[in-house]
Design a protein. Sequence first.
Length: 185
Amino acid sequence: MLDAKWPLDGTDLRFDGIVILGVTRVSVVSVAIPRNGEAKVSAALKKRFGKGLPVIGSSLIDDDQSMRLLRLGQDELLLLIDTFTSDPVASAQEVFGQTVYLVDLSDSHAMLEVSGGRCLEALERICPLDLASDRFTVGAVVRTLMEHLDVIILRSGEDKYLLMSARSSAKNFLHAVQTSAENVS
């Protein structure tokens, strides 16, 4: 049997007020909403999350914090499942039923958690967006560029961000974030 290998497993970097951790064992499912399917999807979400479809650029988290739904576009969502499962699509179908199109992307992303009182200083050096708390609140999500890399940023806490980039550029992704943290420390 093959074991999953996470691209940034073991990453644990600590600087003055900044912690960078490799995120592992998270399942990622792409969720596409069919044309005119928003009402059915919203109803399915209310059962699991207690709320309907979030607005673009925001997220929902369930009560036990085992699933988070990121809304990236009109019909584009990502479901993050806090535990790795061999069949994350089946777990997503428990939430959505047959109301959406699902694709397992668990092995497609490299993920970092960047946290600490000075993490915003490091991120704003390499991100063209204003990530300050008055504009990019907890639960906000966006797709942008950091350096030359496509990155999804989720503000998961007051001083905590989840960053997702393509697995194929994991080393460059880590290098960009680490270099920025080193330069503000």
